[in-house]
Design a protein around this ligand. Structure first.
Ligand code: GYE
Length: 333
């Protein structure tokens, strides 16, 4: 009986989804019942890639949540940081007539067409992690992720406190994947901080694509251009690890020894180890454990409820004085 109501709820929801799109969003008949091997709910998950510790923890959280034991079949497609691959994966999910699509988008733009296709097939789409910019917001059900702009603001507030009175602050800016929400929000925070502080200057800027390998390479490039860097504003932990390797190899002081002060984002366990060791001076948390949050949305949809359109995750920030070894060890990512 419950199941019947759940299915009815979902049916009503997808009808709403299909009918409220503009720009030619056709009012289509609901897709035939998806193939549900053994009665499982099929979830197609288009993941960005495996570029960082954060990302691996995010994939694991999805795998741990959407298990067969709990009644799900999870199909994961790794896009290797390429949007074309994500579009192809979504089309494939539509062809397979999955019950739900979960998209962790590599960048914000370029989703109108393919999400229109998903809506026309009456497949609800949940956006996780990074956000999308889309003409018609009815093309996705909900988004769950971090407030990246706020993360940037938290880092900048720390800089303001730490460097008060410093007349000339030279900042090297290592950005994440250009066009991704995590990069956009964190970079905007810094840009605004620089605009509001007369003595602050971004002297170097480049993308390290959120990976350790590129982080090292970009830092080497930065150091070949100049060494008088006060702050490295680095948009994730893995790039910070690469940057630390480069600084170490070039014999340039950083962290507690004085020299370059590194700000990082994610606060993964390894990132917090580096923070406790005072190699990273300040680390802003970004929580990747979205699996249960996405499942909650799916459950709501199944029981005919309309989930919140946007859900932000509460996050903290750390310096060496505000973390303990126990806290690091108990961290799930
Ligand atoms: O900060 C980074 C990852 O989108 C929040 O992507 C995510 C970011 C995270 O590669 O480590």
């Amino acid at each position: 009986m419950n199941k019947l109501f759940a299915l009815l709820g979902l049916f009503l929801f997808v009808c709403t989804l299909a009918s409220c799109g503009e720009n030619g969003a056709e009012k289509s008949a609901p897709a035939p019942e998806a193939e549900k091997p053994g009665g499982l709910i099929v979830v197609g998950f288009s993941q960005v890639g495996a570029e960082s510790t954060w990302r691996m923890a995010n994939t694991k959280s999805m795998k741990d949540t959407f298990t067969e034991k709990k009644g799900y079949k999870l199909i994961i497609r790794d896009a290797q940081q390429k949007q074309e691959r994500q579009v192809a994966a979504i089309r494939d999910f539509i062809r397979q007539r999955v019950n739900f699509i979960v998209l962790a988008p590599v960048t914000e733009h370029g989703w109108d067409e393919v999400l229109q296709e998903a809506a026309s097939a009456s497949i609800p789409v949940i956006i996780m992690d990074r956000m999308i910019q889309i003409r018609d917001e009815a093309l996705f059900v909900s988004w769950v992720g971090s407030d990246f702009r706020k993360e940037g603001d938290v880092a900048v507030a720390w800089m303001g406190k730490t460097f008060t009175g410093k007349k000339d602050l030279k900042i090297a800016h290592m950005q994440g994947t250009i066009g991704s929400s995590a990069q956009i929000g964190r970079s905007e925070g810094l840009r605004e901080g620089v605009a509001g502080n007369a003595g602050w200057t971004i002297v170097l800027s480049a993308s390290g694509e959120f990976t350790q390998v590129n982080g090292k390479e970009v830092m080497e490039r930065f150091l070949s251009e100049r060494r008088d860097i006060d702050v490295l504003y680095c948009e994730n932990d893995n790039m910070a690890f690469g940057a630390i390797q480069a600084l170490h190899e070039a014999n340039v002081p950083y962290g507690a020894q004085g020299g370059v002060q590194i700000i990082s984002f994610d606060a993964t366990r390894a990132g917090l180890e580096q923070t406790l060791a005072r190699n990273i001076s300040f680390n802003v948390e970004c929580n990747p454990l979205h699996g249960p949050r996405v499942e909650k949305i799916i459950r709501q949809l199944q029981s005919g409820q309309i989930p919140a359109k946007v859900e932000h995750v509460d996050e903290r920030a750390f310096d060496a004085a505000t973390i303990s070894k126990e806290e690091i060890l108990s961290r799930a990512y």
